[in-house]
Design a protein around this ligand. Structure first.
Ligand SMILES: [Zn+2]
Ligand SMILES: [Zn+2]
Length: 334
């Protein structure tokens, strides 16, 4: 018997009678992380890993009916033993481990295997069946070590200061923005953040994650000389808006795994692209799948067909699982 099946409302556990990251409102929702396509409003009960509580409440409402578990803590519901394990994707992100009558399934949610200091590092969990994401499930996706990416961002920022320009860096406001803030060299100059980013910085700081001091970008006038030293973190939706006018002469950049693709930067119309993703790259996906020891792999959102074929060639029982999860590297969905 399958511990998780696809239903119109989302991934469903029949034995436990609950859903994992449902895309339609249900009675019981187990949430892997607070990105908008995985954590939606309207569910009766929510269950999530404890470090994600602040963000879930900020995004879905302070009054949601939310129960949390520490990573590794077990809960038995209708005979199904459930626990959360770090996914290394964003603050509070978790893989969901389910055990029922000796069968173990793990649903990954979104995950990244390189530790970044803003959330608990990815922890492989042994299982019989692994449900994996595949956002960057193509062999062309191979990330450079993040230290190199951060060095590139710091250099770009310093070069802009030397040229009397502000530096505007677009990225997803939850997770990516805080990871960049955490990894930057904050001694280079003042850091400003957009109104969509600032509240999330606060939640991260409250969770004990180091985020350097940020100033609210909306407080600055175009004539302020400080802007020419500043790095401004903003969501992609701010690009091309009137909000940008206050920065006068600026250089802009976009940080996303999609910047690996030639043409993405040009389409975005930005000066620079930094290839920085909160998802596993191709070698990372294959490593994580191998670490689980799973013989059966269900592949969700991303390059499902390519990854399924590759896993089958390696002798695994792999199949695609159709979901309605989106893409948190591209544009804010919440
Ligand atoms: Zn995500
Ligand atoms: Zn996702």
């Amino acid at each position: 018997m399958d511990l998780v099946i696809a239903r119109p409302e989302g991934l469903y556990c029949p034995a436990g009678d609950f859903y994992i990251d449902p895309w339609r409102p249900v009675e019981r929702a187990v949430i892997t992380h607070a990105h908008g396509d995985h954590a939606r409003t309207g569910n009766q009960h929510y269950l999530a890993a404890a470090p994600g509580e602040g963000i879930l409440r900020w995004r879905l409402g302070q009054d949601i009916n939310l129960q949390t578990l520490a990573y590794g803590e077990r809960l038995v519901h209708h005979g199904v033993t459930l626990s959360f394990h770090p996914a290394g994707h964003v603050l509070g992100s978790a893989q969901v481990r389910l055990e029922y009558q000796g069968e173990v399934w793990v649903a990954s949610g979104d995950y990244k295997v390189e530790p970044d200091g803003t959330c608990a590092p990815f922890e492989p969990v042994r299982c019989h069946t692994f449900i994996t994401e595949s956002t960057f499930g193509l062999p062309i996706y191979r990330w450079q070590p993040q230290a190199q990416i951060f060095a590139g961002i710091n250099d770009w920022w310093q070069a802009n200061i030397a040229n009397g320009k502000a530096s505007v860096l677009f990225c997803y406001s939850f997770g990516k923005a805080q990871r960049i803030l955490h990894g930057l060299d904050a001694s280079i100059g003042p850091i400003l953040s957009h109104g969509a980013v600032e509240p999330l910085n606060r939640v991260y700081r409250e969770a004990g994650i180091y985020i350097p001091e940020t100033l609210y970008a909306g407080d600055f006038k175009k004539t302020d000389p400080l802007l020419r030293q500043a790095l401004i973190i903003a969501p992609p939706s701010a690009g091309g808006s009137t909000w940008m006018r206050r920065f006068g002469d600026y250089s802009d950049a976009f940080a996303s795994g999609w910047m690996r693709l030639r043409g993405t930067r040009r389409r975005r119309g930005v000066d620079r692209g930094f290839v920085l993703s909160d998802h596993a790259d191709w070698p990372g996906l294959l490593w994580a799948i191998e670490q689980t020891g799973a013989e059966r792999v269900m592949v969700t959102h991303g390059s499902v067909g390519v990854l399924v074929r590759h896993l089958r060639e390696k002798g695994l029982d792999a199949q695609g699982f159709s979901t309605e999860y989106g893409d948190d590297e591209e544009e804010a969905t919440a």
